[in-house]
Design a protein around this ligand. Structure first.
Ligand code: ADP
Ligand code: ZN
Ligand code: ZN
Length: 763
């Protein structure tokens, strides 16, 4: 007997192993087996097929069977195969993305029950820059201990905490994490603890919160508009599998989902409810748990691997969750009886994974999964993607439009401020126009809240020597480093390289470097100067590294502990705050000037979404809250996309953008495959790229563009080139993919290109 197995590696195809007689009863399709690989490696592979066809080569034996029960369903395997084929990656890569790493451990001992975790913290008496430094100096004779301490200081953000004098912002570091980062034995840590510098402590980690079954259903009655929309969705599902719910921000889409889920569960079917990562907050899960209790499972990438293993195991057991609320990767989970898929914020680009493979779009995978399962799909958004809206226009999808906010709340009023002119007239106060400052002041006086959106984290995107113009660049990527003032570091946002800010210019030795532009950190500082009494919070990647920090900021704002929330795109999505009356978009031009064919579409979506955070509660119910007011600062107030946002004219955006896509051949009017090539040596890469493009042209002719340099042409020391392939919607994609793989195989078989990396990005 032989078994074809999926090995969690980026290698094409499956691998056939011999099933030894003593295991023949246990090896089944879908279970994990321990297999040898190469000289001495072992992996937990998944059995995809069992048969008796002897391969032409010598097969190795399966070493052990890791599961009594199967870990992969046949329909799941079919979907994985579709993903691997369509997105031009390997099954092993899909396996890696789909299964939490706890289930890929080769020993099969899945350690997913530790409820207490050991942490390490700085002893209180050393929270003092002077004391800490002398202690470090005193460790000279013990370099390993010193190194451990230095790593701890870095990981824990000690410098930042010392700078602001607040020990509460120290990051929590697990013992394991620290030891791993230093690569030393526990005895070194023990020695440092004995010196009194660090302390170890234990903590119970709150995993999937113990839910309760609600004693009574807490379904809110739907408004008339919501009820009509829900009926229309169900009617459209009689004829079509997919329905687009186009409902303005705060129209109450979530409540409609809840009612639909409720009906689906009554029919004994399962539901997958997908959201972009940053929208999946406890704000939403609490709301769902109130209705569905422990029938609801949450699958989130911010959860620990152990929690994800638990959800995975439950989904494949006899008693799976009826509803999974999850992010992108939840589409790869096992479902045994799927009836409906909801994709909220379907326009969100974070549904597309860009790195690593599989570079899949979770919305599209979900659509395929639903079709395979005979389930219905609901796409919900206030700002549909051109793809989905286009499908609604042609009648491929059903379409339901909700044009009013719940509770007859007004849509926010959007005012455009031309900051180019104000800058010329020297009327700007840092990143703030006089109008925005006035609105913030009024909101603060009325005890209302403000959201400020700036799509750049850090203090300043560029640092410059004021004498010679030198700017620090990342040594590994072709980008300038961003200045982070709190940590006094220059950081690369592509590879996370970090270095302290130099005291002097390394080029001319001048002693002053000036910073240009505004990141979220700097806006926080400017704001503190202008409104010293305001309570300000910042939400960006730097302040939300841990799940609790992220939830903490949201909850603090919701409770009213914060007056002004500054943030990157994190604040644009799906959050529902009742007391926000003013939203400021500090510089819309940075969004409009992205080098991407989707940049206007995205800018429209982002501006509309962030504007939609304003004025979400009814004025009549709460007299103190006025209709929402949005100040949109931009360099060119007449820019068409900006005007479309102001008028709330989605149709116009759709028409003008489709026109451009038609004119220049971009999705959704054609199919797009980017062929990426990477190499450490730029000359070799240029040869490879030219040669590859030439071969592609022989097959695809004019449909091939490039090679080009992508906007960031070097990341993590690898140079990058890109060839763009545009295919007609009617093209035979299977054949196109076959030819692409063929050319790739030929190229990488050449000795000079052996270490090149070639991969694809589809759509
Ligand atoms: P959307 O997802 O369309 O932006 P939400 O579903 O978040 O909108 O609804 C906006 C607000 O209106 C929320 O605070 C929500 O609680 C409230 N809401 C929506 N529908 C109802 C309803 N049927 N009954 C009570 N409150 C509702
Ligand atoms: Zn200089
Ligand atoms: Zn870098």
């Amino acid at each position: 007997m032989f078994a074809d197995c999926i090995v969690p590696l980026p290698l094409a195809g499956m691998f056939t192993y011999n099933v030894p007689t003593h295991l023949s009863q246990k090896v089944q399709v879908g279970c994990r087996v321990n297999v040898p690989f190469g000289h001495k490696k072992q992996y937990a592979a998944l059995v995809a097929r069992v048969h008796e066809e002897q391969p032409s080569y010598q097969t190795k034996d399966i070493l052990a069977v890791l599961d009594e029960e199967r870990m992969l369903l046949p329909n799941q395997l079919a979907l994985w195969q579709w993903v691997a084929e369509y997105y031009m990656c390997t099954l092993g890569e899909v396996y890696k993305a789909a299964i939490p790493s706890g289930l890929k451990e080769k020993d099969g001992v899945v350690r997913y029950r530790p409820r207490t975790v050991e942490f390490v913290r700085l002893a209180e008496e050393y929270f003092d820059a002077h004391k800490l430094n002398s202690a470090l100096a005193a460790m000279k004779a013990a370099p390993k201990q010193q190194l451990l301490m230095i790593r701890y200081i870095e990981l824990g953000g000690v410098n930042a905490a010392l700078t602001v004098g607040n020990p509460n912002i120290l990051k929590e570091i697990t013992r394991e994490e620290l030891l791993k980062a230093v690569g030393c034995s526990p005895t070194i840590l023990k020695a440092v603890c004995e010196r009194g510098l660090l302390e170890e402590y234990e903590k119970t980690i709150d995993r999937i919160p113990t839910a309760h079954i609600p004693t009574e259903l807490v379904l809110q009655p739907l408004s008339e508009a919501q009820q009509i929309a829900m009926e229309q969705i169900k009617v459209s599902w009689r004829e079509k599998d997919v329905c687009l719910l186009h409902g303005v921000t705060s129209s109450g889409k979530t409540e409609i989902y809840i009612h639909l889920i409720n009906e689906m569960l009554a029919q004994g079917k399962q539901v997958l409810y997908m959201l972009p990562e940053i929208v999946l907050t406890s704000q939403l899960t609490d709301r769902l748990r109130k209705v569905f209790g422990d029938r609801l499972g949450v699958y989130h990438s911010r959860y620990t691997d152990a929690e994800r293993v638990e959800v995975y195991r439950k989904q494949i057991s006899d008693a799976p969750y009826d509803i999974i609320v999850g992010v992108r990767s939840s589409v790869l989970l096992p479902f045994q009886n799927l009836g409906m898929v909801i994709i909220d914020e379907e326009h969100e680009t974070s549904f597309k994974q860009s790195e690593p493979a599989p570079r899949y779009h979770a919305r599209n995978v979900a659509l395929v999964m639903a079709r395979m399962a005979g389930a219905k799909t609901l796409l919900g958004t206030a700002t549909p993607s051109l793809e989905s809206y286009g499908n609604a226009v042609t009648g491929k999808y059903g379409y339901v439009h909700l044009t009013t906010r719940f509770g007859n709340v007004c849509m926010p009023e959007i005012e455009v401020v031309d900051i180019a002119e104000l800058k010329r007239k020297k009327l700007m106060n840092g990143p703030f126009s006089p109008l925005l400052l006035k609105e913030i002041r009024l909101a603060l006086e009325r005890k209302e809240q403000v959201i400020l959106f700036q799509n750049r984290r850090g203090f300043a995107p560029v640092v410059e020597c004021h004498v010679c113009g030198w700017t620090p660049q990342c040594p590994h990527c072709d980008v300038s480093l961003t200045f982070h003032k709190r940590t006094n570091q220059l950081t690369c946002h592509y590879c996370s390289f970090s270095t302290p800010v130099p005291q002097h210019c390394p080029q001319c030795d001048a002693d002053r470097l000036s910073s240009k532009g505004y990141g979220t950190e700097r806006i926080e500082d400017v704001l503190a100067n202008i409104f010293p009494e305001a309570r300000v919070a910042r939400m960006d990647l730097d302040t939300t590294r841990s799940r609790s920090a992220y939830e903490g900021i949201i909850k603090g704002f919701q409770r009213g502990d914060t007056d002004i929330l500054i943030g990157t795109q994190m604040v644009t999505k799906g959050l529902d705050f009742r007391k926000v009356s003013v939203v400021g978009i500090l510089n819309a031009s940075t969004m409009l000037n992205q080098p991407d064919f989707r940049s206007y579409e995205r800018a429209y979506q982002m501006m509309t979404q962030v504007a939609g955070r304003a004025g979400r509660s009814a004025g009549s119910a709460d007299q103190s809250v006025r209709p929402g007011h949005v100040i949109l600062q931009v360099h060119d107030g007449g820019q068409p996309t900006v005007l479309q946002v102001v008028r709330g004219d989605y149709e116009a955006m759709f028409r003008t953008q489709m026109e451009e896509r038609r004119l220049f051949s971009y999705p959704p009017v054609c199919r797009l495959v980017y062929v990426y090539m990477k190499h450490k040596d730029e000359t070799v890469l240029d040869h490879l790229a030219e040669e590859m493009a030439g071969l592609l042209r022989q097959v695809f002719g004019q449909r091939v563009l490039g090679p080009d340099m992508p906007p960031i042409a070097r990341v993590q020391t690898m140079y990058i080139r890109k060839v763009c392939l545009k295919l007609e919607l009617t093209a035979n994609m299977a054949e196109a993919r076959r030819r692409l793989h063929e050319i790739q195989k030929y190229m990488t078989s050449k000795p000079e290109y052996k270490s090149a990396v070639i991969y694809y990005d589809v759509d």
